[in-house]
Write a protein that binds this ligand. Structure first.
Ligand code: KG4
Ligand code: ZN
Length: 420
């Protein structure tokens, strides 16, 4: 087991943010630099993979240099370099991985591969450690972003935790960092669009800006969430876990759920589907003759240099605002129902919500209210840690560093990388 000074440089380039951060012992953020490409992709209403790769290439060196300067460190002082292995865009991931591999080799530091989704979960765990907040296991983690909507049962591997307890004085500091390797079991995922993707697509349909989540978040406050009723269908059960995963995380605590599937008692699952609601919004627009107003709004916003959501409020009539509020009410309601049902079935001791959509204000207050009612702790990342960043990658790498889980020279970008 290792500890050292615990300084890890994290590098993230899985989508449209080039990011680098230095985090000490999975907790203390010494530097956190993010170069966002949002303005570039906004012109296209979504991330253009080729443009993303080109921008990452342009940004990776200055972003890493800026992070090292912010931390006041030289590469020789680092203990390891961590990089996002996947999931994400192949070309985008490749830039970060190639750079990280070359840097690790050049400065003689170990390389650590991190799953982007694990990073999102560790954004919350890192901030809990900063506040000295203990989190009971197992946790149910909802990772909800533009590319992902996943539910994981997560806990620390006990054997390594015990090793840390029995270790030397130096490693006591490691334990204080809140480490040991984590194990995850996927208990739910979207079968089509991610929740953030639905936000982005609905915003685009309504002639709003990109990414759509923050626009809908603000505009929803001006509408009636019960004006339009959207329904989510039940999704048929599937077999999703392997016997190894079953050993790592105990099966559900209630007898009503089969140990090998993620079924609810009614035969449906904790999976999500968001493509239907996007189509329902499109149909509503068509059947209510809203196209003309949308075209006018799109044109008006395009004419405003750096248009902001405040510019859109006056461009939306009551019907549009009601539609937006109802869409968000339905999406958040669906995320809540699946998450809390899974938490109950799997006996989770707390809930963690992370990823870009976790920045949503309605999601936060409704999750917090429901969690309080069920006496279940719920944690969210701060706004800066909700969306893609590299501090979460460096934080997730810490327990791997302690456990000596290093990546070899053969590390490659894995766009469809799974967690759990
Ligand atoms: O985690 P993230 O930065 O990148 C991915 O890994 O996808 O998440 C970006 C997503 C976008 O779909 C964006 O619309 C959504 O997060 N998002 C929000 C909010 N802020 C960002 N969705 C709803 N409400 C928000 N306030
Ligand atoms: Zn992300």
């Amino acid at each position: 087991m290792r500890s050292g000074s615990g300084l890890i440089l994290g590098i993230e380039s899985s989508c449209d943010e080039t990011a680098a951060a230095v985090v000490r012992k999975g907790s203390e953020v010494l530097a956190n630099v993010v170069a966002s490409q949002i303005a570039l992709h906004a012109n296209y209403g979504g991330v253009v993979p080729e443009l993303a790769s080109r921008e990452h290439l342009r940004n990776i060196v200055p972003v890493v240099r800026a992070a090292m300067a912010q931390a006041g460190l030289g590469f020789a002082e680092l203990d390891a370099i961590a990089v996002t292995e996947g999931p994400g865009l192949a070309g985008a991931l490749l830039v970060g991985i190639t750079y990280a591999k070359a840097l690790a080799l050049g400065v003689g530091k170990p390389l650590i591969a991190v799953n982007h989704l694990e990073g999102h979960i560790h954004a919350v765990l890192m901030e809990a450690r900063q506040k000295d907040e203990a989190m009971e296991m197992p946790l149910l983690a909802l990772v909800v972003s533009g590319g992902h909507t996943h539910l994981y049962l997560a806990e620390q591997r006990q054997s390594l935790a015990a090793e840390i307890v029995n270790s030397t004085h130096d490693d006591k500091a490691v334990m204080d960092g809140g480490t040991s390797s984590w194990r995850y079991r996927n208990v739910g995922r979207t079968v089509d669009d991610a929740a953030g993707e639905a936000y982005d697509k609905v915003a685009k349909l309504l002639g709003l800006g990109y990414p759509g989540g923050p626009w809908i978040d603000v505009l929803a406050k001006h509408g009636n969430p019960r004006a339009v009723e959207f329904k989510f269908g039940q999704i048929k059960a599937r077999r999703v876990t392997t016997s190894i995963e079953e050993k790592q995380i105990p099966p559900p605590s209630t007898s009503s759920v089969c140990g090998m599937t993620n079924k609810k008692t009614d035969g449906s699952t904790f999976d999500f589907s968001f493509s239907g609601i996007k189509t329902a919004v499109l149909r509503y627009i068509q059947t209510h003759g809203m196209a003309e107003l949308i075209a006018a709004r799109r044109k008006a916003l395009a004419e405003i240099e750096g248009a902001k959501v405040a510019d859109a409020v006056g461009l939306c009539d009551a019907q549009t605002l009601d539609l937006i509020a109802s869409f968000q009410f339905a999406v958040v309601g669906n995320l809540m129902r699946q998450t809390f049902a899974a938490a109950e079935v799997f006996g989770a001791r707390g809930i963690v919500v992370s990823g870009g959509v976790s920045a949503n204000s309605e999601l936060r207050w409704r999750f917090a209210e429901q969690a309080a009612r069920r006496r279940l702790p719920v944690a969210f990342p701060t706004m800066a840690m909700s969306t893609d960043n590299a501090a979460m990658i460096a934080a997730a790498a810490w327990s791997k560093f302690v456990a000596g889980e290093f990546a070899g020279e053969g590390l490659v970008a894995t766009p469809q990388l799974k967690l759990g």
